[in-house]
Write a protein that binds this ligand. Structure first.
Ligand SMILES: *Cc1c(COP(=O)(O)O)cnc(C)c1O
Length: 355
């Protein structure tokens, strides 16, 4: 697409910035929201009333259809501040594209580039000072859309709200995690909604995750719905393995296609690793851990970029992965992406979108 439908965006700035009350040294994820949000309404077949307004409560009807039938989707993106105070969003075009795929699957309207991308840039321009500058910190961006028709009939809503809120987040140094291979519950089935970033995918994961927590695992390693034989993803992140000399990641429409996963595979390709996107069976992974060919295993997602996996439990037996220090591929990815996203090195891929 080469023409951007531009939308007039009304801007109403807050009279009382909360910025000075924020303790940037101690940010808890998703607790403190920036001063402004972008809001747009979909009515009578078109997007209208695109505006940037002070962050605040919404007034909703108890019969709001999203609350009953779950037409609700979202995205997660991060923006970073360079040493010279430039604000840069990491690959928002990818999230825009995925957002509209999620929308189509749930029979919701697509959000045009003029609102999603241009609106986001304008919002970050207004809240530029909310992008934290300490090493490892970022501004987390949450675009979302939900059905707003006030009626209980089951049908696609005739109206929707698209909103972008943002929050500064602290350095996310994630400890290595343990995963339980799930052999009963399922996250996604062929033909279902697993590839879309919809609210329901998260709701359904909470109970099985609690059961895994009770058995001392941090997260679930989801497997295919039909046979529980093939690995899909971990909690709310994609899985990537280094098996022998290859970088391998599960594929298909039952996984959510993460921007981080895609980014890491592109880097591996560029650095000359052999990469494969294919089915990975539980048996292949566990045998590989036992015979030492699986040297790295990690979850990939926007929140932490890379979360190393230390231990995998399957049918009551634990499999221990090699120490994190020796994992040169994933550690190299982390360092490279940090340098790229904070503008310390050249951006050969054009992944940084400057505000
Ligand atoms: C968001 C998400 C991911 C990771 O996607 P990124 O674009 O890399 O953040 C992976 N799995 C699920 C289920 C997700 O919701």
């Amino acid at each position: 697409m080469n023409t951007i439908n531009s939308f007039p965006i009304q801007i109403e700035k807050t009279k009382q910035s909360r910025l000075s009350q924020v303790d940037f040294q101690n940010l808890k994820f998703g607790q403190v929201m920036s001063d402004h949000m972008l809001v747009a309404n979909y009515e009578n077949g078109t997007w209208t009333d695109v505006s940037i307004v002070p962050y605040g409560d919404l007034s909703i009807s108890p019969s709001l259809s999203a609350l009953h039938y779950g037409q609700a989707i979202f995205e997660g993106i991060k923006a970073y501040k360079f040493a010279d105070n430039t604000v840069s969003i990491f690959r928002p075009d990818q999230n825009w594209d995925r957002f509209n795929k999620s929308a189509s699957r749930l029979q919701m309207p697509e959000v045009p580039e003029g609102i999603f991308i241009e609106g986001l840039k304008k919002l970050l321009d207004v809240d530029r000072d909310w992008v934290p500058s300490l090493t490892g910190t970022a501004l987390y961006i949450r675009p979302f859309m939900f059905a707003t028709e006030a009626a209980l009939g089951v049908h696609p809503s005739i109206s929707y709200k698209f909103i972008i809120i943002t929050c500064p987040v602290g350095a996310y140094y994630s400890k290595p995690i343990s995963l339980k291979v799930e052999t009963f519950y399922t996250r996604a089935a062929a033909g279902g909604v697993g590839f879309s970033k919809n609210a329901g995918n998260y709701a359904l994961s909470l109970y099985p995750t609690q059961l895994a927590n009770d058995e001392s695992y941090d997260q679930i390693m989801w497997t295919d719905a039909a046979e529980h034989k093939y690995i899909e993803e971990a909690g709310t992140a994609n899985l990537i393995f280094r098996i022998g000399d290859k970088i391998i990641t599960p594929h298909g429409d039952t996984i959510l296609h993460g921007v981080t996963r895609r980014t890491i595979i592109a880097l591996a390709d560029k650095w000359g690793y052999q990469t494969e996107q294919r089915n990975v069976s539980v048996a292949e992974l566990l045998e590989g851990i036992d015979n030492g060919t699986v040297t790295e295993a990690f979850a990939a997602g926007t929140a932490a970029t890379i979360t190393h996996i230390s231990r995998i439990g399957y049918n009551g037996k634990d499999y221990q992965l090699p120490p994190v220090e020796g994992r040169d591929f994933s550690n190299k990815v982390l360092n490279y992406l940090d340098d790229l996203r904070y503008g310390k090195i050249e951006d050969p891929f054009g992944w940084n979108t400057i505000v």
